[in-house]
Ligand binder design. Structure first.
Ligand code: SF4
Ligand code: MG
Length: 331
């Protein structure tokens, strides 16, 4: 069973001067049930924008989102509600996404009611609440239901946010840096929970992260974004073990610890080497990475690279002129 979501968009957003900014361009991605796609990039790469567009939290000026092959563009009202239920977002900061004046019971009850899953009786509702908390391993439920968000740990709050998303009975979760604000020691537990839910509920997951090591651990497929464009994609093992794009290589080289989900996962600008990501108001011409790229050639500053197939791994591609060479001519 497929869960395709395709995006294509440009001319999105405005800065304070109302100048049009291409926050993301030419983004194509497909989510499938039972699979995790990681979207990796540093802050400002546009990856959160992609998630918010997919959640239809931002308007788009161009492009399309399809659900089960059907465009969502021409629909409104109840069709949108159907989409919103099927595609749920999980935010980076669970504290900000939960209302501090309401209990966990309130948050979960609201989600169930909005999506028509609260049942008809008090007992139905209690059973649904127990089920939701059980799915995210917050048991026994009575220990959590009447607590306020500030009475829980960060990891517990994120589990509540996940339970709330599950209250809609979604087919897809859009998880925007779901563990980056949590203590290092509990990140793996939350990622494992998401992986477990993916298996049990056959969910499609878009996993947004700046941490390419966690993408390898958690995602089936990995896409790398730079300055609002996708620069490389393929299965996670291939992209992380044999990266083709110079930017992906830089990301991997600057990851503090590729084998463990520990440490400060957002490298500082100095660690990234060779400058910082460009402004999207006036992105570099040609390949947007060319001002930082150790392999840049003359054409890189003028010609926008097209996605090119890399090697033998099926589906591996990179948008880089290094690979625009005749067979056997070397790189
Ligand atoms: Fe570097 Fe050129 Fe490839 Fe861009 S297209 S990543 S500048 S080699
Ligand atoms: Mg972000």
């Amino acid at each position: 069973k497929h869960f395709p979501v395709r995006r294509r968009l440009r001319d999105l957003f405005s800065s304070s001067e109302k100048k049009a900014v291409h926050a993301v361009d030419d983004v194509h991605l497909t989510l499938r049930r039972g699979k995790v796609v990681a979207l990796v990039g540093e802050s400002g790469s546009g990856k959160s924008t992609v998630a918010r567009l997919l959640a239809q939290l931002y308007p788009r000026t161009d492009g399309d989102i399809q659900l089960h092959g059907e465009s969502t563009r021409v629909k409104g009202g109840s069709a949108f509600r159907g989409y919103a239920a099927r595609v749920q977002m999980i935010f980076q900061d669970p504290f900000a996404s939960l209302n501090p004046v309401h209990t966990i019971r309130y948050h979960l009850t609201r989600a169930l009611q909005i999506h028509g899953h609260a049942g008809r009786t008090e007992a139905d509702l209690e059973a649904a609440l127990t089920d939701l908390l059980g799915r995210v391993s917050l048991t026994p439920p009575e220990r959590y239901l009447d607590k306020f968000p500030h009475e829980l740990s960060g990891g517990q709050r994120q589990r509540v946010a996940i339970a709330r998303a599950l209250g809609a009975r979604p087919e897809a979760l859009l998880a925007d840096e779901p563990v980056s604000m949590l203590d290092v020691s509990i990140r793996l537990g939350v990622l494992n929970l998401l992986r477990d839910l993916k298996e049990r509920l056959n969910l499609a997951i878009l996993y947004i992260t700046h941490d390419i090591a966690s993408a390898r651990y958690f995602a089936d497929e990995t896409m790398v974004m730079y300055a609002g464009r996708m620069v490389e994609g393929g299965d996670s093992e291939t992209v992380t073990q044999t990266p083709a794009h110079p930017y992906t290589r830089l990301l991997i080289a600057s990851a503090p610890d590729p084998d463990r989900l520990t440490g400060d996962l957002d490298p500082t600008e100095e660690d990234r080497g060779n400058g910082e990501p460009p402004s999207l108001i006036d992105p570099p011409s040609g390949c947007r990475f060319h001002p930082r790229c150790p392999a840049a050639m003359p054409r890189c500053s003028t010609d926008l690279p097209v996605p090119l197939t890399i090697g033998d791994a099926p589906g591996h591609w990179a948008a880089c002129w290094l690979y625009d060479v005749p067979e056997g001519a070397g790189k």
